[in-house]
Design a protein around this ligand. Sequence first.
Ligand code: ADP
Ligand code: MG
Length: 250
Amino acid sequence: MTLHVNDISKSYSNNPVLDQVQLTIEPGEFIALLGPSGSGKTTLLRIIAGLQFADSGSLWFDQIDMTAMQARERQFGMVFQNYALFEHMSVADNVAFGLKMRSGKTRPSKKEIAKRVTNLLEMAEISHLADRFPSQLSGGQRQRVALTRALAIEPRLLLLDEPFSALDTKVRKGLRKSLRDLQRNVGIAAILVTHDQEEALEMADRIAVMNDGRIEQFDTATNLLRNPATPFVADFLEGLSNYMTEGAGI
Ligand code: ADP
Ligand code: MG
């Protein structure tokens, strides 16, 4: 399924925050929204999620018009910087939660849920944490659980807003690789919001460089570095030519 973001604009009390933003995300693709603080990344992601609504423009998922659809109908998985896990539930129960909450016919059997949770915990390399509670986890482990939980519902798209920015460098690097591996294994498209140039260049198939509510350039890391479309892009990515790779570096 391909997500089409068409001419999305949004203002807060006459201050434009997004100005005719246009993006396409192909099946299985990993996209980064990269830009300085205040450039509109979170607002765009929240509009894609259905947590906020645009003033104008539309969102289509293949032939499905999602512009006015509520967040839960969209069936997207989400991970934020401080993603709240259910503190009173074990890791395994956190991951199973979305599946258990499914209605009637779409809810897998208890046995199937248990099997899927076991597989996911294994893929995310957190099987050994299955019976722990969130208070017994490190920050990096919590985000691993959050990510696994988001993937458990087999979302149509994975949305991530600065999911690693509260973690220290070493943990962050390990998680980037795990996220990329998991996303490839599951085979769904993902959009990562980040202000970290290295993170975007290392992880994403294509990067939308945002500035002041506009996308300055939407391209591969190599093209952004080799042929920056605007002075802003050139300046924002200055000194990062070692990330010139074919496709994602991870
Ligand atoms: P980023 O995620 O790139 O840091 P945001 O999307 O959070 O940017 O914010 C973009 C701009 O919109 C900022 O100037 C911010 O102050 C403004 N903004 C975001 N949310 C609101 C809101 N609910 N009300 C008013 N202004 C907002
Ligand atoms: Mg933000």
